[in-house]
Design a protein around this ligand. Structure first.
Ligand SMILES: *Cc1c(COP(=O)(O)O)cnc(C)c1O
Length: 396
């Protein structure tokens, strides 16, 4: 079987997307990773440590739950992959566990990360505490004000949170600060990126760490239905890591329909959106060539979504390739639609989803299913962090 979608070529390209567009001064760090990541993560020692932590610390395997009442509503069979039950409340910890073990294998003593809403920062601070490594999280000054509880969590876990005070004082400024720090501390520091974005080998590395999601789905579905392959897999896409993990082992199975859901914000054409495939063009973001939202002269456009995790102006290169090749279908859901889907899941199944995951749930309304289809939705995270948005929605 030829692998057309799962892994990039030797230079990190998925079709025409990917690569490593980095300042010359970062070359030694990125080159070291490119040379070593596969050998390290495919070693028995690494695999044993990674799998043990996923089991005993993260709480894997996460259940594949047959949602009976939701299935009745749509007259088909819907399974929820419960990443919301992971330690720290979302899939992000799968990646940070993998990357910190890699950093330790490379002899690094210090971890840096950038964070927007703070979810990736918390997942990174968590694994640093677990392993006794120093942790610096760069966060836009404006985001630190908006996301005070996550700043408190990171500090309680022992991390240093440094404000990015330039530009719009949000995620891209935090990313710039993290890169600057890495250039100045190349020997002892590893940079943990939080999604399938960034220069090669990050997209491939993060996809491999998250691929545990679809690895589990396969045997769990077989146990429940007798078949390894679902008819559809649906996941939300910010940078695209939970979708990459949920799609991974089905990418080369052409009978499985893959559906990626972006945040339309207030509407794709409203000027307040994060629907990258609908609005984006090819460019360079965060060190790789991909689709991103930008002005004609290449300035990155400020994205908008009610969910912080989908509020990102690009998608990872694997997803740009899945979009261009037609292997995956890309849909979107608005802020209001996501809220509606979150309340529906809460009241039909007793599960309060993250707002990000609610985007994936909403598109059930836009698709036609057969009675004997089996649909897997990646429930990427839990909704505790979104309670204030849910409270505002109930007051309306
Ligand atoms: C961060 C986050 C996302 C978006 O990130 P991806 O890399 O696209 O998966 C989705 N859901 C939750 C709950 C998140 O925290």
């Amino acid at each position: 079987m030829s692998v057309r979608y799962q892994n990039p070529d030797a230079l990190g390209y998925y079709g025409k997307f990917g690569g490593a567009f980095i300042p010359e001064m970062l070359y030694p760090n990125v080159h070291e990773l490119q040379q070593q990541y596969l050998q390290i993560i495919q070693s028995e020692k690494f695999k044993n440590e990674f799998n043990l932590l996923l089991k005993d610390y993260v709480g894997r395997p996460t259940p594949l739950y047959y949602a009976q009442r939701l299935s009745n509503e749509f007259n088909t069979n819907i399974f929820l992959k419960r990443e919301d039950l992971c330690h720290t409340g979302a899939h992000k910890i799968n990646n940070t566990i993998g990357q910190i073990l890699l950093a330790i294998a490379l002899g690094k003593k210090k971890i840096i990360a950038e964070t927007g809403a703070g979810q990736h920062g918390v997942a990174t601070a968590t694994v640093c505490a677990l392993n006794g490594l120093d942790c610096i999280v760069f966060m836009g000054e404006k985001d630190m004000e908006r996301q005070a509880p996550n700043v408190a969590r990171m500090k309680m876990l022992g991390a240093t949170v440094l404000p990015a005070k330039s530009g719009s004082k949000t995620l891209k400024d935090a990313t710039n600060e993290a890169i600057r720090y890495w250039i100045n501390h190349p020997d002892d520091t590893h940079y943990i990126i939080g999604s399938v974005v960034g220069p090669h080998p990050y997209p491939d590395m993060v996809a491999r760490f998250q691929s545990v999601i679809s690895e589990e789905i396969r045997w769990q579905l077989k146990e429940k239905t007798g078949k390894e392959n679902p008819s559809h897999v649906i996941a939300c896409v910010g940078g695209g890591s939970n979708a990459a993990g949920a799609f991974y082992h089905f990418l080369e199975e052409s009978g499985v329909e893959l559906i990626a859901v972006e945040a339309a914000g207030q509407g794709v054409e409203s000027g307040f959106s994060a629907a990258t495939t609908a609005l984006g063009t090819t460019g360079i973001l965060h060190g790789s060539k991909s689709l991103l939202m930008q002005t004609p002269d290449g300035q990155v456009t400020e994205p908008h979504s009610i969910s912080a995790g989908l509020d990102y102006p690009g998608i990872g290169p694997m997803h740009a390739h899945l979009f261009e090749s037609g292997r995956a279908r890309f849909l979107s859901a608005t802020d209001d639609e996501a809220l509606k889907a979150a309340f529906q899941l809460a009241q039909l199944e007793g599960i309060i989803p993250a707002l990000e995951s609610a985007h994936a749930l909403y598109v059930l309304n836009n698709l036609k299913f057969k009675k004997d289809d089996s649909i897997v939705i990646c429930l990427s995270g839990r909704g505790d962090k979104d309670l204030s948005a849910y409270m505002q929605a109930m007051e309306k």
